[in-house]
Design a protein around this ligand. Structure first.
Ligand SMILES: *[C@@H]1O[C@H](CO)[C@@H](O)[C@H](O)[C@H]1NC(C)=O
Ligand SMILES: *[C@@H]1O[C@H](CO)[C@@H](O)[C@H](O)[C@H]1NC(C)=O
Ligand SMILES: [Cu+2]
Length: 197
């Protein structure tokens, strides 16, 4: 008897959930990001954070150290990212990081890297749904693969992003661009670096 009375409630809840998810699906003006296959085997780019802080009023003990190594995935489908940061600021909450559209200029100014790498014109708001990464900005690495909890001061992650490209000429190509590390709370740009082959 009990199960009979509860079943309609469960069904209604499930249907309501599905409808809500469909209504909220936000993707790019040019549609979902396409999975990139054919990334050339053995190709490796690296972005190493600078020694000198690009500081923006943060009370940091020296600069964040670290790098992102980006290599073609073994099967060519997407790019494998190896992310390592240390000396992270521990008093400003979570951190985010993204591939940005423009490179860092000579003077190290992270503002000049412009916005996220976003070839499908999705934009950063509302936040990316990590369970549907094809709907996210290609450059929103922490949106798709996780924010940084700086507790302990260090962070490491290894993952494949299927939508990033190491094929020159494609919109999702980032080998001539940069990444930026931000405070997740207000998007303050903490530090940034260029990818180099
Ligand atoms: C960095 O670039 C931005 C945008 O061009 C500019 O407003 C800002 O003054 C620059 N900051 C520094 C420290 O040069
Ligand atoms: C980087 O390369 C892409 C594709 O090859 C190109 O469209 C873009 O303009 C380049 N960006 C910069 C900042 O050089
Ligand atoms: Cu960013």
């Amino acid at each position: 008897m009990r199960s009979q009375s509860i079943l309609p409630v469960l069904m209604a809840a499930a249907i309501g959930h599905t409808v809500a998810q469909e209504e909220e699906r936000v993707t790019g003006e040019l549609g979902d990001a396409q999975i990139v296959s054919g990334n050339p085997p053995g190709l490796v780019y690296e972005a190493v954070l600078p020694e000198e802080p690009w500081a923006s009023g943060l009370s940091m003990q020296g600069n964040v150290k670290g790098s992102i190594v980006a290599a073609s995935a073994p099967d060519g489908v997407g790019v494998e990212f190896r992310v390592r940061f240390s000396n992270l600021p521990t008093s400003d909450g979570l951190l985010s990081y993204h591939l940005h559209a423009a490179p860092v200029p000579e003077d190290g100014n992270c503002t000049q890297t412009l916005a996220h790498l976003d070839p499908y014109i999705r934009r950063g708001s509302p936040p990316c749904d990590a369970s549907a990464p094809e709907t996210c900005e290609v450059g929103d690495l922490s949106g798709k693969h996780g924010l940084i909890d700086p507790a302990g001061g260090a962070f490491e992650a290894v993952y494949v992003d299927e939508f990033a490209s190491l094929i020159e000429g494609q919109g999702a190509f980032f080998g001539n661009r940069s990444f930026v590390l931000h405070l997740a709370s207000d998007l303050t740009r903490v530090t940034c670096a260029n990818f180099v082959l």
